[in-house]
Design a protein around this ligand. Structure first.
Ligand code: SF4
Length: 280
């Protein structure tokens, strides 16, 4: 079965998707923030968590972005091998970014890396950053995950000696300590282990999209507990809520390699998805 979509309605849907991602956090992230606020004993940190929750309410009520840094535009697209379109999907996504930038509005964040010249519309070479994955079926699922610089700048990748698997936890802790309050905690910490240099970073970023309401186990829980014992706390002001969750994704790697990437995400763990086509 093939599925056809209309270009104009596709562009509209992607611009609306960006609006949703910028204004409302997914329920699992909001619930994790509420849970953290209820459990926090440090009064300064608690008031910061309350301010974050209030900020989310205001953003939703007035349909404005939840943070002044509306991020760089990142998309994850899962395209069914039987999905068909009569237009260039990537060009349409770029058009939607320009539309969303003007309409919502979004802060123009895309600059040339060397001249620092701002494109003015959130487009540029490699921006939006669109990751395509071919999957079975006839649906196209697109996830928008705008990423702010405050947290992205604190992210780190290291190529470990393959015998150093025992050092991974400390590497994550060191990354979080060095970041301090800069990435606007409470954090979601995405850890990518294995793959290649670039694949590890991709795994770490994909890990940020994992639901926060699924219990953490093994290494995730171990790192989570150690991170929250650091006392950095909400916005770096102390307390027990440095992280909302740790998500680890792994892939096989070369026998002589052990890449580990830590992608730090701020409290504004923004992402939203839309599905086109399919049998329903
Ligand atoms: S790190 Fe996140 S919450 Fe902080 S300014 Fe950037 S986007 Fe906003």
């Amino acid at each position: 079965m093939s599925t056809k979509i209309n270009r104009e309605s596709f562009i509209r849907s992607i611009a609306d998707l960006l609006r949703k991602a910028e204004i409302e956090l997914p329920d699992d992230v909001v619930n994790a923030l509420r849970k953290a606020e209820a459990a926090e004993k440090n009064q300064v940190a608690k008031s910061q968590l309350q301010a974050i929750l209030k900020n989310l309410e205001i953003a939703k009520k007035y349909r404005v972005p939840m943070c002044q840094d509306t991020g760089i535009m990142i998309f994850f697209a899962e395209i069914g091998s039987e999905f068909q379109s009569s237009f260039d999907l990537e060009a349409a996504i770029r058009e939607a970014v320009v539309l969303a930038t003007a309409e919502i509005p979004l802060r123009p964040n895309a600059v040339d890396p060397l001249t620092r010249k701002n494109s003015g519309n959130n487009l540029g070479v490699g921006i939006p950053d669109i990751h395509w994955k071919i999957v079975p079926g006839n649906r196209l699922k697109i996830t928008a995950a705008p990423k702010g610089a405050g947290s992205e700048n604190m992210s780190v990748l290291r190529m470990f000696n393959p015998t150093e698997t025992g050092s991974i936890k400390n590497f994550v802790l060191e990354t979080v300590v060095n970041a301090g309050g800069m990435p606007c905690p409470p954090l979601t910490i995405g850890v990518g282990i294995g793959g290649s240099f670039d694949a590890a970073a991709r795994l770490a970023k994909e890990a940020l999209l994992e639901p926060l309401d699924v219990p953490m186990e093994g290494l995730e829980r171990e790192i989570f507990e150690a991170v929250n014992a650091l006392g950095i706390g909400c916005m770096g002001l102390g307390g027990s809520t440095t992280a909302l969750a740790v998500r680890v994704k792994t892939a096989h790697c070369h026998t002589a390699s052990l890449p580990v990437a830590v992608n730090i995400q701020c409290w504004a763990n923004r992402h939203a998805s839309v599905v086109f086509g399919g049998d329903e």
